[in-house]
Ligand binder design. Structure first.
Ligand code: C2O
Ligand code: CU
Length: 499
């Protein structure tokens, strides 16, 4: 009797608590969940100064009202005569895959992927984007290129989307070298899916090696069909034994992708456009590449054939001396490449022992709530649903520690614009191999990464999940430099929808 009464009592308490907190959550979420018709990205969420200095001006007026400030529009690339010029026309195109399948695509120059752009380190690059007929507009973001903010191509943050019939010119100096890619950052979850992307390769100022086959491999799923450079199934390439081969893998999808190389040992030469030091030969190892990430792999072409497979799909690049043979899949592939302990340690400009001016922690979670008035299970950052997310505030020159924790059951490829971050540790285990610089980092369920970066590129920079569906569902934030403002507006009725 006694026991039963207690149980009933406990149940009553639990139910009323749930109702109370539920009501509080719903009431709160309702208040903050309707996005205004258009808004300045610096005005939503809350400013997180990461324990560092809070400038008096920003504290007193709010960043977006700062009287003295630099508009992102002024943070543009260099003037002068470009070393190399491109023109990319965005248009609606029906493409036909090699399998005969028709895809209603959005393309650059009528192709998906768009043309591979190749430049040399040090070049002043000029690209004119022409939008023929893509609604509601188009931009080009140079993924992984740490360029001046106004050239970053984010609709509603660094520019207005380029409307049908209009054009826009990007200019930047290619200071880095490596593998990058470009894609629209207007309605990106739709436009990248439909084909508005391509590879950007920046060759080193002096090529150290005379690679005889240097190929960008852009993988993407079009309407359910896996492709390599837009080709489904097997594609052949004739390569002479002894040739140096460099394959630049780019994952242009929303999910991680496994690549499997058979017929040769290989090295991972670079990650996210940054060379590794002392890479050692690998075999029977799957390369699992984050959505938006890049791995460069290199090997000397053996006498026998080599095959690059997109795991679990028929997409395959066959390299052989006769241009006809496909290397068999290797048995006993058990390892997945882990950059945390690969290659040789070498000097870095900062490390875990450095003094950090700002420390940020981002915990990705999930909870029921409202996103723009619609109920559902929502992504959260530090417990808040977009737009109730932090804006990471820094000042130029700060050394920043960024901790990312994934408390969800899905992988999140976190991408920071305009900067490369050094991985310090994963789940408390420090990096032991080559310095690992990243711009797009897969954070697996339950994982915790510590990253460090130098705030050396003033502007307003997106920090978001590169599962673009997740980004559109609220996994989006910004890194802001104190005093930088934007004249552009995002959201609602504005035609700028970066996600
Ligand atoms: Cu690949 Cu925000 O971008
Ligand atoms: Cu995600």
């Amino acid at each position: 009797m006694h026991v039963r009464r207690h149980v009933i009592h406990l149940v009553t308490v639990a139910v009323s608590l749930a109702l109370l907190t539920g009501a509080a959550v719903v009431g709160w979420a309702w208040k903050t969940s309707l996005l205004p018709d258009s808004y300045d990205v610096t005005s939503y969420g809350y400013h997180d100064y990461g324990g560092g200095a809070v400038p008096a001006e920003a504290a007193a007026h709010g960043l977006h009202h700062a009287h003295v400030g630099t508009s992102v529009a002024r943070l543009h690339g260099p003037t002068g005569v470009p070393d190399v010029r491109f023109r990319l026309v965005a248009q609606r195109t029906t493409i036909r895959l090699a399998s005969g399948q028709k895809v209603e695509a959005l393309t650059f120059d009528g192709r998906a992927p768009g043309p591979e752009l190749r430049v040399r380190q040090g070049d002043l690059v000029e690209v004119t984007l022409v939008n023929r007929d893509v609604e509601p507009g188009v931009t080009i973001h140079w993924h992984g290129v740490d360029l001046p903010n106004a050239e970053d191509g984010v609709a509603g943050v660094t520019q207005d989307a380029v409307l049908p019939g209009a054009s826009h010119t990007y200019r930047f100096r290619a200071e880095q070298h490596g593998t990058f890619w470009y894609h629209s950052h207007e309605s990106s979850s739709t436009q990248v899916d439909r084909g508005l992307f391509g590879a950007l390769v920046i060759e080193p100022r002096q090529s150290q090696t005379a690679e005889t086959l240097d190929l960008a491999i852009v993988s993407h799923v079009f309407d359910g069909t896996d492709t390599i450079n837009g080709v489904p199934g097997v594609q052949h390439r004739r390569v002479a034994p002894g040739s140096d081969v460099r394959l630049r893998l780019v994952n242009a999808d929303d999910n991680p992708k496994g690549f499997l190389l058979s017929g040769t040992r290989f090295r991972v030469l670079a990650i996210d456009g940054t060379d590794l030091t002392g890479p050692t030969p690998l075999e029977r190892t799957t390369l699992e590449l984050a959505a938006g990430g890049r791995y460069d792999v290199g090997f000397t072409m053996p006498d026998r054939p080599v095959a690059l497979r997109v795991e679990g799909t028929p997409a395959l690049l066959a390299l052989s001396k006769d241009g006809r043979t496909v290397a068999p899949i290797e048995q006993g592939v058990t390892t997945t490449f882990d950059p945390l302990g690969y290659g040789e340690p070498s000097e870095t400009p900062f490390d875990a022992q450095s003094t950090f001016q700002r420390r940020f922690r981002l915990e990705i979670g999930r909870k029921p709530g409202f996103l723009d008035g619609k109920p559902g299970m929502q992504w959260t950052i530090n417990g808040g649903i977009y737009p109730d997310v932090p804006m990471l505030m820094v000042e130029r020159g700060d050394l920043v520690l960024l901790e990312i924790v994934n408390s969800t059951s899905k992988v999140h490829p976190m991408h920071l614009h305009g900067h490369h971050a050094l991985v310090l540790s994963r789940d408390g285990r420090p990096l032991t191999g080559s310095p690992w610089w990243t711009d797009t980092l897969d954070v697996q369920p339950g994982e915790r990464y510590e990253l460090a970066f130098r705030a050396d590129n003033p502007g307003l920079w997106m920090e978001h999940c590169h599962n673009l569906g997740h980004a559109a569902a609220g996994l989006t934030m910004h890194l802001g430099y104190v005093g930088v403002t934007t004249p552009f507006r995002t959201g609602g009725d504005a035609h700028n929808h970066p996600e």
